[in-house]
Design a protein around this ligand. Structure first.
Ligand code: FES
Ligand SMILES: [Fe+2]
Length: 378
């Protein structure tokens, strides 16, 4: 149970905020030491935490059929996920059991994984199926040389991977249905920025910056510093209303629909977020590469089809391009500029105000998880 509000309740709350010039608030201000964004030691702990939590690997829609696979580096480790003959998603370390070559790259659909070094072949369940030149390996125990499996689980239209024994439930504590069965991934893009991953998480965690950082991209359609923010487990959901939500004033509360009137942004602890817009969905995985380097893996998805109508792909691509080519670039530049600014030593800590509720929630849970990790290993 996530206990998230209904569309009608969210919209009523948005109107309350518009009428009162208010927004949802965190209980307290949060001070984050800037060392967090630069420390090699903390970064190593964070990666260990990532590997010991169920972390979003991809949308289920990226693996639509038997044999659909996706290979990507997650929490610093090459991982391969594939949908098996039984419909289940399994995940493996992407490392051949002969001499360690990656057995798959990118995404696609296969009947088996054939290593491109010496062609050892593995089934969709990871089992070793074929070794060319069998006589070269007289004592090979095939059963002991399947791909090494890591835990994979599908929830709410997302695939979660846990690489090592889980230290906590993490995001799985409360995952709502986020991506539906009919939605498809029409593109996957990746790029890197010189910023700490936490800065990128923070960049979409409040609406306090909308007017100033996004004056021509998002602000003309939205509000400044006006959000409904709910938390569920370590996760949170933010609502960014559009100005056109005013049209719903005359609609009976029970008849009000959020579609097209606001954007829901789901943050899934620690490093994934899904933005739901009327014509497209966007799932971002914020991959830590180094204390000052991050990779964005962005899955671009179609929206759910509404009223049985086919999705208008031209509109979907156009709207998704608009977000990625305008507001997202502004957020990326901000995160990179902050990382650069850390070199000044001007700040000993950053202060997150009560307007920045989702960022405060994220840091509270990150601290708690890192504390748990250190206690466990101490
Ligand atoms: S490393 Fe894969 S077959 Fe040799
Ligand atoms: Fe932003």
């Amino acid at each position: 149970m996530t206990g998230l509000m209904s569309d009608a309740d969210v919209i009523a709350r948005v109107f309350h905020h518009i009428d009162n010039k208010t927004t949802d608030l965190a209980d307290d201000v949060w001070r984050q030491p800037v060392e967090s964004y630069m420390s090699d030691e903390r970064f190593a702990d964070e990666l260990e935490m990532f590997r010991r939590l169920p972390v979003v690997f991809c949308p289920s829609a990226a693996l639509p059929e038997t044999g659909s696979y996706l290979a990507r580096t997650a929490s610093g480790v090459p991982i391969l996920a594939v949908r098996g003959d039984d419909g289940r998603v399994r995940a493996f370390y992407n490392s051949c059991r002969h001499r360690g070559m990656a057995v798959a790259e990118g995404r696609g659909k296969v009947g088996a994984f054939v290593c491109r070094y010496h062609a050892w072949a593995y089934g969709l369940d990871g089992s070793l199926k074929h070794v060319p030149g069998n006589q070269g390996f007289p004592d090979l125990d095939r059963d002991a040389h399947g791909l090494v499996q890591v835990q994979a689980e599908e929830r709410g239209g997302l695939v979660f991977v846990t690489q090592k024994e889980a230290m906590a439930e993490g995001a799985l504590e409360a995952v709502p249905d986020i991506i539906g069965a009919g939605q498809t991934v029409f593109d996957l893009i990746s790029f890197e920025d010189p910023a700490n991953w936490e800065l990128v998480v923070e960049s979409a965690a409040e609406g306090y910056h909308i007017k100033h950082l996004h004056p021509k991209s998002f602000y003309p359609y939205g509000f400044d510093n006006l959000n409904v923010v709910e938390t569920y487990g370590p996760n949170s959901r933010l609502v960014f209303p559009f100005r056109r939500i005013e049209k719903l004033r005359g609609v009976a509360p029970a008849e009000r629909r959020a579609n097209g009137m606001l954007t829901y942004v789901y943050h899934l602890f620690p490093n994934a977020r899904v933005s739901m817009l009327s014509s497209h969905y966007q799932m971002v995985i914020i991959e830590p590469l180094a204390p000052d380097r991050v990779r964005w893996d962005i899955f671009r998805l179609t929206p759910p089809s509404r009223d049985g109508k086919p999705v208008d792909m031209d509109q979907t691509v156009k709207d998704s391009d608009f977000v990625n080519d305008t507001g997202l670039i502004e957020d990326r530049e901000a995160a990179s500029a902050i990382q650069e600014g850390l070199k000044t030593g001007a700040n000993s800590h950053f202060t997150f105000g009560r307007y920045e509720k989702s960022a405060v929630h994220f840091h509270q849970h990150l601290d708690a998880h890192l504390g748990m990790l250190r206690q466990g290993s101490g």
